[in-house]
Each structure stands twice: as structure tokens, then as C-alpha cells.
Ligand binder design. Structure first.
Ligand code: DC
Length: 232
């Protein structure tokens, strides 16, 4: 299918399979895949390592803002994958840890952090032919994205996915803790003052609780064909 030069925004709750699905779309249409959550995770790691966030989630916002002035977070291609670097350091593994997951939502609620990340995302998406996943891509970062998808799935299905993902990475997750983290993040992400997680009015909703990737892909092809009048 020949897809025009567009931006595909994939928003939704955590562990709905957004990133796997967005990667699949990028591969299918030969688009660039960009994971906006990775940048929030990168800022969280930076805040943790530099003492800008404490165990009780209190954040030294002025310190963090100053620190971000010289924070070099960028994506680089490693073996065909877009991987997050902090300067010369590949931080892909650390940013996916439970430690970072447990503090990323309060960091992502800081307005100054969102300004920092939004600027990087807009630069990265300027060339179009991009699939970007996150929470506010279709509402705030690229409100004019041609295709907006909003992904959701039941809390049980999502917790199981996150659990399996952590286990596959060699962590030792507890299901109760994973579920609690997921619910807390849902709450913070949907209730923060700046750019909360909301469905864009023009987004297509995909509940993939009981769908395979092949079914999801077929669905999105239908959405794109319908929108652009492509006959295949
Ligand atoms: O998709 P993820 O789990 O890697 O995202 C990590 C956190 O970053 C998530 O709790 C919410 C935040 N986030 C956000 O606020 N806005 C985005 N566009 C992407 C992620």
C-alpha cells in the first residue's frame, strides 16, 4: 500500500502494546519510528542520577530545568533500531527498568520537562513519514497529524503484558506491584494539568485486548485506506 507523507500518531494507555504496534506500522510503511516515552524515561534517569528527584517523588524543578540545558538525549540507529543515547551512553536498558518506570509519570507531569521533550519530538518528526507513539502526540505534539490512533486494552491484559516484558528482561516483577504501578501511571497521566492523556476527538480507537498484531494491522490499513481513498 502506498502511504502518502504523513505523521501517524499512536497514543493511549501504557502497556497497550503501543510501541510494538507503532514499530510494526513503521516497518510496514517504511516510516521512521519514534518512541516519545523513551525521552520522558531518559529525563527520569537523568533526574534520578543527579539527585533532582527523591524517593518520595519530590522534584527539584529549577535544578532539573537547569540540568536539561546541557542534557543531550537523542536517538541513534543501533542494528536497525532507534535507540536512546544520553551523550555517548546507550541508556536503552536503564530507561526500561522498574526503577525508572516508577518515577517517570511525576517527571512527565512537569511542564518544563514537557517543553524539553516536545521540542525534540517536533524536530524529529519534521520530515514526516513518522510513526510516533506516546500520550499526547495527536493532541499536543502533532495536533495536525493525518492519522491519529488511540489504543486501549483491559487493565488485566495490560498488566500481564508488562509483567511478561519485565520478566523477559531478567527482572523479577511481582504482579501486584506491576498492576499498582500501571494504575498509578494511568491516573497521573490522565489527571496531570499539562497535556493529560486524552483521546483526540478525531482519533480512531483501537481496543486490542483480544486482537492479534495481524488483526490490528488489517484494521489500520482499513483506516488509512478509508481516510485517503486508497483502493490498495
Ligand atoms: O510509553 P511509556 O510507558 O514508555 O511512557 C513512559 C511515561 O512517559 C508514561 O508514564 C507517561 C509519559 N509519557 C507522556 O506523558 N507523554 C508522552 N507523549 C509519552 C510518554
Amino acid at each position: 500500500m502506498l502511504v502518502p507523507d504523513i505523521i501517524i500518531a499512536v497514543d493511549g494507555y501504557s502497556s497497550t502494546g503501543k510501541s510494538s504496534f507503532a514499530k510494526l506500522l513503521a516497518k510496514e510503511f517504511s516510516f521512521l519510528y519514534l518512541d516519545s516515552g523513551a525521552l520522558y524515561r531518559g529525563v527520569t534517569l537523568f533526574a534520578q542520577e543527579n539527585g533532582f528527584i527523591s524517593a518520595d517523588n519530590s522534584i527539584d524543578v529549577p535544578g532539573l530545568e537547569k540540568g536539561m540545558e546541557s542534557l543531550d538525549l537523542h536517538f541513534s540507529n543501533v542494528d536497525g533500531k532507534n535507540v536512546l543515547f544520553c551523550g555517548e551512553r546507550n541508556v536503552e536498558k536503564e530507561i526500561r527498568s522498574m526503577k525508572v518506570s516508577s518515577q517517570v509519570s511525576p517527571i512527565a507531569a512537569v511542564a518544563e520537562v514537557r517543553v524539553f521533550v516536545d521540542r525534540k519530538l517536533r524536530e524529529a518528526g519534521a520530515s514526516k513519514r513518522v510513526v510516533m507513539d506516546g500520550r499526547d502526540i495527536g493532541t499536543t505534539v502533532f495536533p495536525n497529524a493525518e492519522i491519529k490512533l488511540f489504543m486501549t486494552a483491559s487493565a488485566e491484559v495490560r498488566a500481564r503484558r508488562r509483567f511478561d516484558e519485565l520478566q523477559a528482561k531478567g527482572e523479577n516483577p511481582q504482579m501486584e506491584e506491576v498492576m499498582k504501578n500501571l494504575q498509578e501511571r494511568d491516573y497521573i497521566d490522565s489527571h496531570r494539568a499539562v497535556s493529560p492523556l486524552v483521546q483526540a476527538p478525531d482519533a480512531f480507537v483501537l481496543d486490542n485486548s483480544d486482537m492479534t498484531f495481524a488483526e490490528e494491522l488489517a484494521w489500520v490499513r482499513g483506516v488509512i485506506q478509508g481516510k485517503f481513498g486508497i483502493l490498495e
